[in-house]
Design a protein around this ligand. Structure first.
Ligand code: DGL
Length: 266
């Protein structure tokens, strides 16, 4: 039970899920892997994303994890079925949060901002058909956004320009909910809130994913019983500059108390 949980993303985006898991489950040891040497995953083929995800999961297994959180919508869309078939540990993926948005919309229109891989995936299209067949779903591919977060440029002019380009068409079509379908996007929250205005609800699925992690650990009797402060480890296949900056400035993590390792090759 006191084994760690592995979490991964194509880069730092999954930290938006990490912070929810760390805050809901403060006794759990967490190993985060940022595959930034191969970022972005969005434009890659399903086969490529499966291969990269598999290598990360093998790495986690060598570290004896009890569960893997796929903290990336694109990797969930491409690889989660494959991973569940291949490995016996539990996997939690990113749910395309179209369902709560479609349930609560008053205008009958919801927006979703995600990568091409996520919007083209079976999971999203099934969810859309199942829960949002009676509402208008305005989809936008957030080309270029992941790279801005990876470069630490999520508050700059370029970010504002791109977000306006993607959010404005949604507003024109009267959406009252915008689903963040990529784990990098919550790091744009101040700008997205500013552009969308107060009448639009922004849906970030991360808290629901953290609750799902807790439920599964509980059901399977896997919750950590550790009494000492949890250990947090961060690994990246490339540089850790942006990761460290986000940890310190946005997540308020004391960098002296965690491991951060760059250039891990799988
Ligand atoms: N954070 C990933 C996601 O949730 C980004 C995908 C990418 O690297 O393009 O989809």
């Amino acid at each position: 039970m006191n084994q760690p949980i592995g979490m991964f993303d194509s880069g730092v985006g999954g930290l938006s899920v990490w912070r929810e898991v760390a805050s809901l489950l403060p006794r759990e040891e967490l190993i985060y892997f940022s595959d930034n040497a191969h970022c972005p995953y969005g434009p890659k083929s399903v086969e490529e994303v499966i291969l990269l995800s598999e290598k990360i999961v093998e790495y986690f297994i060598s570290k004896d994890v009890k569960m893997v959180v796929v903290a990336c919508n694109t990797a969930t869309a491409a690889a989660i079925d494959h991973l569940r078939n291949k490995y016996s540990i539990p996997f939690v993926g990113m749910e395309p949060a179209v369902k709560p948005a479609a349930l609560h919309t008053k205008t009958g229109a919801v927006g979703i901002l995600a990568t091409a891989g996520t919007l083209g995936g079976r999971l999203f299209n099934m969810t859309k058909q199942r829960y949002a067949s009676n509402v208008k779903v305005v989809m936008e591919v957030g080309t270029g956004l992941v790279e801005l977060v990876e470069n630490g440029e999520q508050y700059g002019e370029k970010a504002k320009e791109l977000l306006q380009k993607y959010v404005k068409p949604m507003l024109l079509r009267k959406v009252d909910h915008i689903v963040l379908g990529c784990t990098h996007y919550p790091f744009f929250r101040p700008l997205i809130d500013e552009i969308a205005g107060t009448n639009v609800t922004i849906v970030d699925p991360a808290p629901a994913v953290a609750r799902r992690v807790k439920d599964i650990l509980e059901e399977q009797g896997l919750l950590s019983k550790a009494m000492d402060a949890p250990k947090y480890h961060f690994f990246a296949s490339g540089s850790t500059d942006t990761l460290k900056e986000l940890l310190v400035k946005v997540l308020k993590v004391d960098i002296e108390l965690v491991d951060v390792v760059a250039n891990v090759s799988l």
